[in-house]
Design a binder for this molecule. Structure first.
Ligand SMILES: Cc1ncc(COP(=O)(O)O)c(C=O)c1O
Length: 400
């Protein structure tokens, strides 16, 4: 660990509340030899506080899809900033962007804007409860930090936790059993659409059907997946229509906006019209501007297909290099979201390989799903694959 990083980590605990950023796990990552503090970023790269550059495959945990300093976003944001960053009235851009999203997300009929993925998923739960008049929620995956999404966590009241039930991904029977057990009490099933290696055949449609059979709303949490696997996320990719879907992260290329999109029958119902979901900055013009540019640029540059292309090549190349080198590190899942896995027994060697990649300027994550951007070139991907091979060979050399 560099002196710079050590000094910053020491300052950290004195002034910052730990709980606000555990997912970044900077102490754990620094302990594994990863950089903990970033100084700046541009294109597909970031620079740490020691000036080392890395090709970034985590991209802010998903938001950066066009590239950090994408000129189309920067120019549009600069233009909007000069005209105001928050207003006390509605503005036409809300309608423009909502209409654009309804056009590009299959079968979405209405849209509501939020800030942050957690607020969007909470909005979907609030609306489902309002619509059904029921209190319980079945979750599957990670849906953010709000009370309903973190049952049993420190600081979450027990009566709130008791309203959230959880089921395992891919297990339709477990979902059906849970709905039966809590018959007429479940407002919605909130499903993180792509987990592990992706959904088993028919699973997502099954979730919708089973939820409906029990009078519950089916919400697809597309926070990580939207604008990557397809503009509308896994629902669009697998041809399944949920009642509502939530989006965040990549929709804004690094701005904080998020939104829900769904069926008019629910979202325009009398009960949902009354649900309180307002916040000072919901529908902020900077996020809306970013959404508009992200949609247009993904369309103009065939950005979804490009993420699939380079993501598939990364998976194929890294896995071949690891297999040839006798290492258990693998990328599983689907092209736009390669997910790393490794055998526990082989962890030390895999981490050595990843540190070798870091030393060469390639930031591959040990555990979290990774992401691609339109700023990653095909040459970047080939160089990454070569770096994996070199890092394996180097680690082997060191052991001789
Ligand atoms: C599937 C999913 N839902 C919701 C969230 C919460 O989003 P945010 O961290 O922007 O509040 C995340 C964040 O990682 C997520 O991956």
């Amino acid at each position: 660990m560099s002196k710079n990083t050590e000094v910053l980590l020491n300052r950290h605990d004195a002034v910052l509340v730990r709980g606000y950023m555990p997912h970044k796990n900077i102490f754990g990552m620094a302990g594994m030899g990863y950089p903990a503090f970033v100084q700046r970023a541009a294109g597909a790269r970031f620079w740490d506080v020691d000036g080392n550059a890395y090709l970034d495959y985590i991209l802010g945990f998903g938001p950066i899809v066009l590239g950090y300093d994408d000129p189309a976003v920067c120019n549009a944001i600069a233009d909007q900033m000069a005209r105001g960053t928050v207003y006390g009235l509605a503005h036409p851009k809300e309608l423009d962007v909502a209409e654009l999203l309804v056009e590009v997300i299959p079968r979405a009929e209405m849209v509501g804007f939020f800030l942050g993925g957690s607020a969007a998923t909470s909005g979907a739960v609030r609306l489902s409860r309002a619509y059904t008049g029921r209190d319980k929620v079945i979750v599957c995956g990670y849906h953010g930090w709000h009370d309903w999404a973190r049952p049993g966590d420190v600081g979450v009241p027990q009566p709130v936790s008791a309203l959230t039930l959880a089921v395992a991904y891919g297990d339709l029977d477990a979902l059906e059993d849970c709905l039966k057990q809590h018959d007429n009490q479940v407002a919605c099933v909130v499903m993180e659409t792509i987990q592990a290696g992706g959904p088993p055949e028919g699973f997502l449609q099954g979730c919708v059907d089973v939820a409906h059979a029990h009078g519950a709303v089916c919400v697809f949490d597309e926070t990580k997946v939207g604008f990557r696997v397809a503009m509308g996320g896994a629902g669009e990719y697998y041809g399944v229509t949920p009642d509502m879907a939530t989006y965040g992260k990549a929709c804004c290329n690094g701005y904080a906006g998020s939104f829900i999109a769904g069926k008019r029958e629910i979202l325009a119902s009398k009960a949902c019209r009354k649900a309180w979901m307002t916040a000072t900055a919901h529908g902020d013009p900077l996020s809306l501007t970013a959404i508009e540019v992200v949609v247009r640029e993904l369309q103009r540059r065939d950005g979804i297909a490009y993420q699939w292309k380079i993501g598939n090549r990364l998976i194929e190349g890294v896995n071949a290099a690891c297999e040839a080198g006798g290492l258990s590190y693998r990328l599983i899942g689907i092209g736009p979201m390669p997910r790393p896995v490794m055998a526990e027994s082989d962890r030390t060697r895999c981490l050595n390989m990843l540190r070798g990649c870091l030393a060469r300027g390639y930031y591959l994550h040990p555990t979290h799903p990774m992401f691609l951007s339109l700023a990653h070139t095909e040459a970047d991907i080939e160089d990454t694959i070569a770096a994996v091979g070199e890092a394996i060979a180097e680690a082997r050399g060191n052991h001789r």
